[in-house]
Design a protein around this ligand. Structure first.
Ligand code: MN
Ligand code: MN
Length: 414
């Protein structure tokens, strides 16, 4: 059996799952690195060491371990150097829990192996984690082109080229905290309200284990259950919503839960801080001027795509930061905020959108705010070309993970 956490070796973060010659990580994602043995020595745990993690890797065990490691309500980073996350069971290493990083691309080529997000470990391959990237393959809330149910798989595939250091934010997110691929949330494709409930419960379960989630959709319906789970922990949040569309409509074909209504529902449910919610990148024709009046009534602030171009990224960032202040903030990115030239693979494309450079600049401008979660939604790979949309979404996800990592490390130091 391969041990993946707790090694004191300096290169532990670069341990390759392909190094597990027996491929015997219990409960591992099938075939991850199994046929790619490489001569990297890996600390192994003696059989019968008594470690619960060594003997079983089922979800319940991981959940108990994570809960125990986090001390219930007192959360600690999986990589917090000031604490010892390990028990005293003989045979278990003690000391700093070094995060398990992505597969080493200098050993196993980026195009090889099963795609997890950024080639990170799955959550059942670590004892505790801080940031989970979770797929939500749900698109029953779409109003035009379907297909976002295939978004999570496409974004994982598009994330193979991500590298471990983020120069603009000066962080190696996968070394600063334990980031994992948390798998996909299974929800019914036949009943939207049931799926919303399932997603909320699954997000709750995950947030009981780790600190933060970045969800990859799926259509924008999924933002509502994610906001519910987030607000349950942090109270009402400020919202930065990147989207071509308002998504504050009331109903569509009498349906209350669709990808065009999540933020109306969130506002009605008190999940958003009044006057601290913003749409960025809006454009395109509406049903009527009343759409904007409704949006105003819910105290949303709007920065259109054209305004981002006229004012520039830095100026818009300054306004966003002033508006949000020190409130907990949730960032929801509908990939259709990008121009169809940058993101053709989406359900409701609108001409005249942001460039991917502008979107990434706006996201990086949020560094230092109290980011508590986020999502990247509406990638519909059937309409994509050359993985443009999936790669853009992978980079947006990476930036959200990097922002969360920086904030968690800053919080743990204070
Ligand atoms: Mn949209
Ligand atoms: Mn949307």
């Amino acid at each position: 059996m391969c041990r993946l956490l707790g090694s004191s070796r300096p290169n532990a973060a670069r341990i390759d799952r392909g190094a597990c010659e027996s491929g015997a990580i219990e409960g591992e994602h099938p075939a991850v690195g199994r046929h790619l043995p490489v001569p990297v020595p890996v600390r192994s745990v003696p059989a019968g060491s008594g470690s619960p993690a060594a003997s079983t890797h089922d979800g319940d065990t991981v959940r108990r371990l994570a809960h125990s490691a986090h001390g219930g309500h007192t959360r600690r980073l999986a990589s917090d150097p000031s604490v010892d996350d390990h028990d005293d069971t003989p045979g278990r290493p003690t000391g700093r829990a070094t995060p398990v990083g992505p597969v080493d691309a200098t050993v196993v080529p980026r195009f090889a192996g099963i795609a997890t997000f950024a080639r990170l470990p799955m959550r059942d391959q670590v004892e505790a984690w801080d940031v989970g990237v979770v797929g939500i393959p749900f698109d029953a809330g779409t109003s035009y082109r379907p297909g976002a149910r295939f978004g999570p798989a496409a974004v994982r595939q598009g994330s193979r080229l991500l590298r471990p250091y983020h120069p603009e934010l000066d962080v190696s997110p996968f070394a600063a905290v334990q980031v994992v691929d948390a798998g996909d949330i299974a929800c019914t494709p036949f009943d939207i309200e049931a799926a919303v409930t399932q997603i909320e419960q699954a997000a709750d379960d995950l947030l009981d284990q780790g600190h933060r989630l970045v969800a990859v959709g799926g259509d924008h319906t999924v933002a509502l259950p994610l906001l519910r789970a987030t607000a349950r922990r942090h109270g009402p949040v400020a919202l930065v919503h990147f989207d071509a569309h308002l998504d504050t409509w009331d109903t569509y074909f009498d349906a209350r839960y669709t990808h065009g209504t999540p933020f109306r529902r969130a506002w009605e449910e008190g999940l958003l801080l009044p006057d601290r919610a913003a749409h960025v990148g809006t454009r395109g024709p509406l049903y009527s001027a009343g759409d904007l009046e409704d949006d105003d009534r819910m105290q949303f602030w709007r920065v259109s795509s054209a305004e981002v171009g006229e004012r520039g990224v830095a100026d818009v960032v300054a306004s966003l930061r002033e508006r949000i202040g020190d409130a907990p903030v949730y960032v929801s990115v509908d990939i259709d905020v990008l121009d169809p030239a940058h993101a053709p693979g989406t359900g409701t494309p609108e001409a005249g959108g942001l460039t991917s450079r502008e979107l990434l600049g706006l996201l990086r401008g949020l560094d230092g705010l109290r980011l508590v979660g986020g999502d990247v939604v509406e990638v519909s790979p059937s309409y994509d070309h050359a993985e443009l949309t999936a790669i853009a979404a992978a980079h947006v996800t990476y930036d959200l993970v990097s922002l969360l990592a920086r904030r968690l490390v800053a919080d743990s130091a204070s």
